[in-house]
Ligand binder design. Structure first.
Ligand SMILES: [Zn+2]
Length: 102
């Protein structure tokens, strides 16, 4: 994972979890996939899985929720393996890289 510390500002890790039962959800009009949604909102290419400890590729735009925040969904680029983590498994990601589904 490439981490740029030059930007400064608030960059922090947060605890997130997979949201299950989202496989049949289609992205909003104008986006071909959830990964495409993330890339266009973020204005950059998703290259690496965003799970902090993972060195996988960004295979999909995974639906995640912030631990303790309730059911609000965010999109995060994940590798297939991380996208299949059990719902109760907490992992760390950059707060800035979560894109709200809204
Ligand atoms: Zn991963």
């Amino acid at each position: 994972m490439m981490i740029s510390l030059k930007k400064g500002g608030k960059m922090s890790f947060i605890d997130v979890k997979n949201k299950k039962g989202t496989a049949d959800k289609t992205p909003p009009a104008g986006y071909s996939t959830w990964l495409d949604f993330w890339e266009k909102k973020k204005g950059k290419k998703a290259t690496n899985c965003e799970v902090l400890s993972c060195k996988g590729k960004a295979d999909v735009g995974g639906h995640v929720i912030k631990s303790g925040e309730g059911s609000k969904e965010y999109i995060l680029p994940l590798c297939y393996s991380c996208n299949n983590k059990p719902e109760e498994e907490i992992f760390k990601a950059w707060d800035n890289d979560l894109i709200s589904v809204k």
